[in-house]
Design a protein. Structure first.
Length: 341
């Protein structure tokens, strides 16, 4: 068989582990040929690819990023995108395409599969918000990085008797905020799923100082917003490239808390450090299993599906289901965490 692989959307620790696993299973075990498209769907649309053999994937298991490069280009962005992609699949004699990506990529994968192309998807996102899989690889690494940062920030916050408002990734969901906040013992966590009340947040942080504590750590998912009317809040908007840009919840919260509490407050935006660097062992294993199962699905002809983790098993789920809804943090998880407002 001839299989094409691509990585699309924001990068994520573990992408290289999937690529390596696909090549090992396909080339070594099945005698397939594998090619990798450069920079996501763009590579397929422009027929820009490289051959992936054992040498090409040597030493990449622990490497962050993606050796194939990524972009946010999708076939639907071009009027003739799907047709052009189909033409290249035929021209290259591909029996299957394995796109590895998040919500946008999986939507594109579904579109391609619906048009009759042999597609098997692999989900990835540090945000962990893809509904049909229990976990996505990259999430564990992001939480580990954010937790280490929070541990470090506690010591500097304490030295300077400050409130630190730490912004973590999570445009639509608060999984990274919840897990890193719990792991580091943050004093308050705000998430997009539950608009926060600034008075309540001020009370929670203020009570710590009244109790004689010298600092406070607030974790804010980047997409967290105040309850309507709770505070003046700039939600940002689209920039000149059409990308959504937030004005920054950490900046706005630190100004508000400093004014209300009379304590020094600073914003810390962790940003892309959460996505870079080597994946944790958990993410390497999950990514490797996804790659292995994607190749098996290709050999079974199970197209229009993607790999997913259910409990401890890897299963295949229809791409149509995968892109229906986002996996948000359920309300009972806030109670367990205590610190979520
Ligand atoms: O991969 C998802 C994500 O990590 C979001 O949490 C974040 O908002 C976004 O990517 C930022 O990506 P970029 O700055 O690369 O567009």
């Amino acid at each position: 068989m001839r299989i094409g692989v691509l990585t699309s959307g924001g990068d994520c620790p573990g992408l290289n582990a999937v690529i390596r696993s696909v090549v090992h299973r396909a080339v070594v075990d099945h005698g397939d040929e594998v090619i990798g498209f450069r920079d996501g769907w763009k590579g397929l649309l422009e027929c820009d690819y490289l051959k992936l053999d054992l040498d090409a994937v040597g030493g990449i298991l622990a490497r962050g990023g993606t050796i194939l490069g990524s972009s946010r280009v999708q076939p639907s962005h071009l009027r003739d995108g799907v047709e052009r992609a189909r033409g290249h699949v035929e021209e290259l004699g591909l029996d299957a395409i394995i796109p590895i990506g998040g919500e946008g990529t999986l939507k594109a994968a579904r579109l391609m599969a619906d048009s009759g192309l042999p597609v098997v998807g692999v989900p990835k996102t540090i945000d962990n918000d893809i509904a049909v899989t229990d976990v996505t690889f990259g999430f564990d690494t992001a939480v580990t990085v954010a937790t280490e940062a929070l541990d470090r920030l506690k010591t500097t916050a304490e030295s300077h008797q400050r409130v630190l408002v730490v912004e973590v990734m999570g445009r639509h969901t608060g999984w990274i905020a919840l897990h890193s906040g719990m792991a580091a013992g943050a004093h308050a966590v705000v998430v997009p799923e539950r608009p926060f009340d600034i008075d309540e947040l001020t009370r929670v942080v203020g009570r710590r100082f009244e109790a004689g504590k010298r600092f406070a750590i607030v974790v804010a998912a980047e997409g967290a917003k105040p309850r309507a009317g709770s505070m003046a809040f700039d939600e940002g908007g689209k920039d000149i490239y059409g990308h959504e840009r937030f004005a920054g919840v950490a900046r706005q919260l630190s100004i508000e808390l400093e004014e209300r509490l009379g304590k020094e407050a600073r914003p810390v935006i962790l940003g892309h450090v959460q996505r870079g660097g080597t994946p944790t062992a958990y993410d390497r294993v999950l990514a490797t299993r996804f790659g292995w199962h994607a190749v098996e699905a290709v050999h079974r002809g199970e197209f229009g599906h993607m790999t997913a983790l259910r409990g401890t098993d890897i299963v295949m789920v229809p791409l149509a289901e995968a892109v229906e809804t986002l996996k948000t943090v359920p309300a009972d998880r806030y109670d367990e965490a205590e610190c979520v407002l």
